[in-house]
Design a protein around this ligand. Structure first.
Ligand SMILES: Cc1cc2nc3c(=O)[nH]c(=O)nc-3n(C[C@H](O)[C@H](O)[C@H](O)COP(=O)(O)OP(=O)(O)OC[C@H]3O[C@@H](n4cnc5c(N)ncnc54)[C@H](O)[C@@H]3O)c2cc1C
Ligand code: SF4
Length: 587
């Protein structure tokens, strides 16, 4: 019997695995997708080859790309953006690591307290949680992003709006700032020469390919690649825990295996998790038992696995309360060079506590075209659609087609983009459930993702409109000659809270330690555990801090260990001991 089985090796799973492997526990990690051991060879980094949701190497589906992508029923026009592979959706992510807004935690008593989603706060205080943020920030590590032409344009536009420069990790007023990113800062020749190579070059080379996966600087050991997707940070650490921690034991990773059932033993109040059945790429099934099971299969697959395993759902909140930051895009067209396709995915942001945030993002040409042709507001200049969204001061709204698209896109490096990330409310009607329409796949009934975007709460809608208007003003102040608002349907790149923790047992699935309220020894360590949408800040840092807290709870409650976050100093994922073990073991 294993000590711990972790299902899913994306943003959250490897965090629990690394923390518990460090204490010598026997940890098995199961991952549905492939492990890209040599991504510099495996990944073309061509946009369609990487991002195509049906066939791309960063898709939701098995590693064998001749096989179909995983089926999901989506009754609306949702686009659910997730990745099946070791590293999960952090292979796509931009590494932005802001902390959640103070107002989303219990005990917050600021003057704006009533303006948050007050019914769905985290069941502990920010003060209590801060050490976990610090722990993850040091481990990844998180660093202040470098600024180039597009960031300068963007932040100058924000300054011209009269906003102040935010200088703290937890902004408490509207402000702008460079991002705090899980990306190593450029060093040596990185960003200065055409083909920067390690060790002359270290950290981010500003190549602009974050969406397609980070493989740079060329020749760097895996744990020294610039972007700290978990395949470059926590996974190397969990696989080498014996090398950098006294008494540590390397976790075992099995890629290309899909968990199909969580097993329990006992009944009633003594029901507890006991193991997992999983299917390998040949279709054969295997079972492993464990003292503790951690689900980290993501916001869609974790509730699905729960439901197909027939686990309890007494209050009906399993899969419910899906939040997504109701994102939108505002784009400015400029007469001169903005460098929009250069540099890391997102290096500059604005924060509006109680409303959400606005980020500058680096969109390569095909994704920029996709971003222009995805809208809930019909087709610009042709028909309006039925969205409630307004132009918010922009020159146009809706899908761009024909000459308007060609004209706007003629030079991607004369654009500037603002991604709206809304502080959106938990609404029980937005959900993940099991499809009754599509045929089952090898794991059982497939998931159905429902996001009723035209029925978002008045607060969510007002926040998004407010942020869109701010983004339009920013573009104008930055010098744009033309501004376009997309009004996206649900483009779900941030998904959260389908297995939410909460203070109220009537509206939550997890207790404050990320453990199931109904099944002992069953924890959740992905974005689905989040209590709410964090006030708008990007979610992964908070998920990783929560996963660290869950690991501490597992160790103290079920293995007789002591807590460590308030006692120890974390080892960083770029530590020489990790690097030496990664190189020696060919990881
Ligand atoms: C384009 C883009 C940019 C983003 N940028 C940022 C950013 O800058 N900052 C930020 O905070 N967030 C960002 N995000 C979001 C970020 O990627 C997610 O918050 C994060 O990856 C979520 O972690 P997770 O563990 O919940 O899920 P995932 O990372 O999706 O991991 C879940 C893992 O479980 C595996 N799995 C699923 N089902 C099973 C099963 N049955 N058995 C075994 N394994 C299974 C999956 O294959 C996957 O590897 C971005 C997302 C996108 C798409
Ligand atoms: S821009 Fe930097 S972090 Fe992004 S893929 Fe290139 S080297 Fe990696």
């Amino acid at each position: 019997m294993r000590d711990v089985i972790v299902v899913g090796c994306g943003g959250g799973g490897p965090v629990v695995a690394k923390e518990l492997a460090r204490w010598g526990l026997d940890v098995l990690v199961l991952e549905s997708g492939p492990r890209y051991l040599r991504p510099e060879k495996d990944w073309s980094r061509l946009e369609n080859d990487a991002n195509n949701p049906l066939t791309g190497y960063l898709r939701t589906g098995p590693g064998d790309r001749t096989k179909a992508a995983y089926a999901r029923e989506q009754p609306g026009d949702e686009f659910v953006w997730q990745v099946t592979a070791v590293g999960g959706t952090t292979l796509h992510y931009f590494g932005n690591c802001p902390r959640a807004s103070a107002g989303v935690f219990a005990g917050y008593a600021g003057p704006d307290a009533a303006k948050y989603d007050t019914a769905h706060r985290f069941p502990f205080t920010l003060k209590e949680f801060r050490p976990y943020y610090r722990w993850v920030e040091a481990t990844l590590p998180v660093q202040t992003a470098p600024l180039g032409t597009k960031e300068e344009r963007f932040l100058n536009g924000a300054a011209a709006m009269g906003l102040p420069l935010g200088k703290t990790k937890e902004p408490n007023e509207p402000s702008f700032r460079p991002q705090e990113n899980a990306i190593l800062q450029p060093g040596g020749t990185a960003g200065k020469v055409r083909n920067p190579r390690f060790p002359a070059a270290t950290g981010c080379t500003l190549c602009g390919h974050c969406y397609q996966g980070c493989v740079l600087p060329a020749g760097a050991p895996r744990n020294l690649r610039a972007k700290r997707s978990t395949d470059n940070s926590y996974v190397p650490m969990m696989l080498t825990a014996d090398a950098w921690a006294a008494g540590g034991r390397a976790a075992e990773l099995r890629a290309d295996v899909h968990a199909t059932r969580v097993h329990t033993t006992g009944w009633g109040d003594s029901l507890r998790a006991s193991g997992v059945t999983f299917r390998d790429s040949t279709g054969a099934t295997h079972r492993e038992d464990a003292k503790v099971v951690v689900l980290a299969a993501g916001v869609v697959e974790t509730p699905r696995l729960w439901l197909i395993s027939g686990l309890p759902n007494p209050n009906g909140w399993v899969g419910r309360g899906l939040t997504d930051h109701y994102p939108d895009l505002v784009t400015g067209v400029f007469d001169d060079y903005t460098g929009s396709s250069k540099g890391a995915g997102s290096n500059a942001r604005l924060d509006y506590p109680t409303r959400g945030g606005i980020e500058n993002i680096c969109l390569p040409p095909a994704l920029q075209a996709f971003a222009f042709t995805y809208s809930d507001s019909g087709t610009s200049g042709v028909y309006p659609g039925k969205s409630r969204a307004t132009k918010a001061g922009a020159d146009s709204i809706g899908r761009l087609v024909g000459p308007q698209l060609v004209d706007t896109l003629s030079d991607v490096d004369r654009l500037l983009t603002a991604l709206i990330i809304t502080d959106d409310d938990v609404q029980q009607s937005n959900r993940v459930e099991l499809s009754w329409v599509l045929p089952e796949d090898g794991a059982g009934r497939v998931p159905r993702v429902v996001m009723r975007h035209r029925e978002r709460s008045a607060r969510t809608f007002a926040n998004r409109e407010f942020l869109a208007a701010q983004a339009v003003t920013l573009m104008r102040r930055a010098g744009a000659r033309y501004v376009h608002r997309a009004d996206w349907p649900p483009l779900m790149l941030h998904l959260h809270s389908t297995m939410r923790m909460g203070a109220d047992a009537a509206t939550s699935v997890l207790d404050q330690w990320s453990e199931s309220r109904t099944v002992q020894r069953l924890f959740i360590a992905d974005n689905s555990a989040l209590a709410n949408s964090l006030g708008g800040p990007n979610p992964t840092l908070t998920t990783q801090a929560l996963a660290t807290r869950a690991a501490e709870r597992i160790f103290t409650r079920y293995f007789g260990g002591d807590s460590w976050v308030n006692r120890d100093t974390p080892v960083t994922s770029v530590d020489d001991r990790v690097t030496a073990a990664v190189v020696a073991r060919g990881l």
